[in-house]
Design a protein around this ligand. Structure first.
Ligand code: NAG
Ligand code: NAG
Ligand code: NAG
Length: 506
């Protein structure tokens, strides 16, 4: 049997391009890439859950709150990763001749990576090097700097005119006025996430999206930020948000079929390291077949998706923002506040679909109503576990019995009602996490269950931004599709590990 490390490496190289032909449909070309969960090689199961849960919860909150305290003219894009081991997905590809792993993040819009020599401040303990395969900083060999006059440079600098940027790059005035300042590189740019930041310079090089396959997709002149210094950001980020420098936008420039439609299917893990050894498929492009249905039944192409329209957001155009109309707890439907349903003219409100944050955030008043209804049902049967809530920053939590207790039927069903009359039934484990607590200090182990939605913080303190965020924990077991042509996000229940196998068999 392969050791976990070699197994992961094998997976990274089993990337393939599929050409699917069906009698009904024209042939389509898709690219299937493995997303690795950074939990996949950690010892989470042998250490108490509390630390990881608490830091995951805290990081989700930090990232979300930074959206709110953002001043529009100040830092233009502040979105971040929960940067603790065990909460994020990485993607690998080859730049020039070096393979490198980056976080896959639909909540930001720039691709950047650490470059040699790389100085990372406050990065100790931020990731587990054995869990992420290609973390060596990039050696700049074939890459060339992007000039101050290029559109990419203006984009990276919040659309400053190129003349300003060329002046900043110390291009002489006569060259700014008369020529293209080709010799002068784009000045470094600053980019901040919720819990870290970096300074990067723009480069371009050939990027290969599937290192092993002869049919690898190569993007010529791919633009990326190269960072020699970062604060609390040891791993690069592949921004999958909207915006000219994001991964899908650069893909779409050469392969519109692949760049304008992508989906991922996150394997359900419930923080069990064994479950995340199977990669989660990231599917670039549209596939027309009946794979991956939960019960193995034939389904019509794409028909099992529930779609909700993306909302336009003038202030944060890089977000995939949708409207949440309400949440049902059992039979009770709790209507969402106005700011969660729509984005207003100033760009505030709506719910961001984000692969880079772990837990879903709801505005406080609405969160309280959902918790109250949940507690009404579950709390009438089980005792609240206040001490667990304190240690994990999750809640509400309950003692749900001994090791063998079965509680499923007592936990009410939960539905998310999105705009466009799209309701999604959540699998129970996406919102109720059951684990064994205690036992470390000789006490009896007790089974605990916690609700896995989070309070997004005090509205009165917030300076705007999205009202809510759909985290990756709540997206598990769904294929989540981003259809940029039709401006919609779709959800379909899938067994994601089977989908990975099926797509790789074809
Ligand atoms: C990059 O260059 C440095 C210094 O020359 C070297 O130590 C390092 O091994 C190189 N890294 C890779 C991935 O080639
Ligand atoms: C990128 O690929 C093209 C076409 O294969 C090639 O001509 C060019 O030299 C490559 N650029 C770099 C920097 O390797
Ligand atoms: C929404 O869906 C429900 C159930 O399918 C249906 O009864 C209702 O008419 C729909 N409403 C709209 C506005 O489409």
């Amino acid at each position: 049997m392969a050791s976990p490390v070699s197994f992961i490496i094998i997976i990274f190289f089993t990337t393939i391009i599929l050409h699917l032909n069906f009698s009904c449909c024209s042939s389509s070309s898709i690219l299937v890439l493995p997303l690795a969960h950074s939990l996949s090689n950690t010892q989470f199961n042998t250490t108490p859950h509390h630390h990881l849960l608490k830091s995951t919860a805290t990081h989700s909150a930090t990232r979300f709150l930074r959206h709110h305290h953002q001043k529009p003219q100040n830092h233009r894009r502040q979105i971040s990763l929960p940067l603790n081991p065990g909460s994020d997905y990485t993607l690998s590809f080859t730049l020039g001749s070096q393979t490198i792993s980056l976080y896959m993040d639909t909540g930001s819009d720039v691709v950047w990576l650490p470059c040699h020599p790389f100085d990372c401040i406050l990065c100790e303990g931020k990731f587990n090097p054995s869990a992420i395969p290609f973390t060596a900083p990039l050696n700049l060999t074939s890459a060339t700097p992007v000039t101050c006059k290029s559109r990419a440079c203006s984009t990276a600098h919040s659309s400053h005119p190129s003349s300003d940027l060329c002046a900043a790059a110390k291009c002489p005035l006569d060259e700014i006025e008369t020529s293209d300042c080709k010799k002068f590189s784009c000045p470094p740019f600053y980019y901040a996430y919720g819990d870290g930041s970096l300074i990067a310079s723009l480069y371009e090089d050939n990027l290969s999206l599937s290192p092993s396959s002869p049919a690898a997709l190569v993007l010529e002149g791919f633009k990326f930020g190269c960072a020699h210094s970062a604060l609390a950001e040891p791993i690069g980020v592949a921004g999958f948000g909207r915006g000219a420098l994001s991964m899908p936008a650069q893909l779409a420039a050469t392969s519109p079929d692949i760049g304008n439609h992508f989906s991922y299917c996150l394997v359900s893990h419930s923080f069990d390291t064994n479950r995340v050894r199977v990669p989660s498929p990231l599917i670039l492009g549209r596939y027309h077949n009946s794979v991956g249905d939960k019960k193995g039944k034939q389904t019509n192409p794409g028909n099992d998706f529930v779609y909700t329209p993306m909302l336009k957001n003038p202030k944060h155009p890089y977000f995939y923002c949708v409207g949440l109309e309400g949440v049902s707890v059992g039979k009770k439907k709790i209507p969402a506040p106005e700011n969660l349903r729509r984005v207003d003219r100033r760009g505030n409100g709506g719910m961001v679909v984000d692969s880079g944050t772990t837990f879903t955030m709801l505005p406080p008043g609405f969160y309280d109503s959902v918790v109250a209804e949940f507690d009404n049902r579950v709390g009438s049967v089980y005792k609240r576990a206040g001490d667990v809530e304190e240690r994990t920053a999750l809640g509400p939590c309950y003692y749900i019995g001994g090791e063998d207790a079965k509680v499923s039927y007592l936990v009410p069903q939960m539905l998310l009602h999105f705009g466009g009359n799209s309701s999604v039934v959540m699998p129970r484990r996406n919102y109720f996490y059951e684990f064994l607590d205690g036992g470390d200090d000789g006490k009896v182990k007790r089974k605990v269950g916690c609700m896995m939605l989070m309070n997004g913080g005090d509205e009165s303190e917030s300076g705007g931004g999205p009202a809510g965020l759909l985290g990756n924990y709540q997206q598990q077991g769904f294929e989540v599709v981003y259809d940029l042509e039709k401006g919609r996000v779709g959800f379909a229940r899938r067994k994601c590990s089977s989908l990975w196998e099926t797509l790789n068999k074809n």
